[in-house]
Design a protein around this ligand. Sequence first.
Ligand code: CA
Ligand code: CA
Ligand code: CA
Length: 432
Amino acid sequence: MKFAVLCLLTFIGCAEASSILNTPAIDASAFRVTQFATGLPLPNSVIKAKDGSILALTSDGFFGNTRVVRLQDSNFDGVADGPAQTLYTGAGTGVGTQIRQADKLVYIGEFGSSSITALSPGASASDPLTSLGSLQFQYPAGHAHPTAGIAVRQTPGSPGSVDLVFNIGSQFNNQLSTDKVTVSGFGLAPTALDGDSLYMVTINESGASPIASNLRQIATGIRNVYGMAFHPVSGDLYFADNAIDEDNPTNFTQPLQADELNRIPSADLGVNILRFGYPNCYDAYRTYLPVGGPACTGVTDSLINFQPVPNTLSGFRSEGPTEIAFSPSLFPNLYRNGIFVGFSGGTGPNGTNDQNPLVFVNSAFDSLTHFIESGTIGNILGVYATDDSLFISDWGGTNIYQITAINPVPEPSTFGLIAIALALGFRFSARR
Ligand SMILES: [Ca+2]
Ligand SMILES: [Ca+2]
Ligand SMILES: [Ca+2]
């Protein structure tokens, strides 16, 4: 009822927000979709802060200021109550890439300054965030993929520390990187890192300044990872990899390789360096043909590849995975225990972006659904889950959308299904 009143009061906004779901493939009646915030410059990533407010990363543009802004929704109507409050400004460090938090500190990626910066919250949730320094990356000139993705978790068995994962993307489109990338900061001496890799570093947050240690490679054979996340129950690291492009891309051409969703089991993290196949072992785009033969020996297979979804009238596809988020635990059964993946896309033959959907990967990793269809909103760079909602940041527009399950209270039969799923040994359990 409250939502109906809200829609009457702000009819245009509601109508626009509701129409972003890919109906009839998606049952829109199961969700409340709201424009949580609008008028934000290049919003691309959010987190829920410890007090329940939303912190969003915005930017003025390339080498413009990066900002962390705070938005509150005190009456839970899916619309931020007032204007965004700026808590942090990074001078000339834009564009911001991602914002993440596992314990005390907030970490943001800053593309313009090639850094990952640690921000300390103040005593009150509305206090400014204070920079405590950065990891600084020095890329060789012309390095193709210098964009920072971030995942953080609390370090197992080490209170006061977090493990931060970041990518060193490939130097080229389809060849092994040859030049090193240097990282320093948080007390780390300059250290040479390999391209085509994921690294993890432990950061002690308990002192006045973050102290980094135990920097180690955790994956190789990746091309350009941006979205990554630790599963809250299993601790496995999931990540999406942006795949090899065709030579001389145009609106009419398509890539060589299908984008991938991959996983590093928690037992392997920091123990074994898994290989994921780039640049020689992959599945071809659209044809599904495996490429690589002997080059695939020892390669960890992807969970699923982002091929065009069959049987859609539109023929729309997906390319360029962005952030990923595990299903909100209170979403309808059909959309539980899977992963939502944003895509930045590109211009297609018809002159519009035909490859920037929000894709839902089911829990069995054998089905893809375009939850928001390509061409619907500008560029979905941010995908973030709370217990009952997805927050979608439209970098190409100025909006953050909230998609909330309308009846988020699990019914007794739902608990039964969860029990059956657990008994059958599914990886995921309902998340709190
Ligand atoms: Ca509100
Ligand atoms: Ca690509
Ligand atoms: Ca692979």
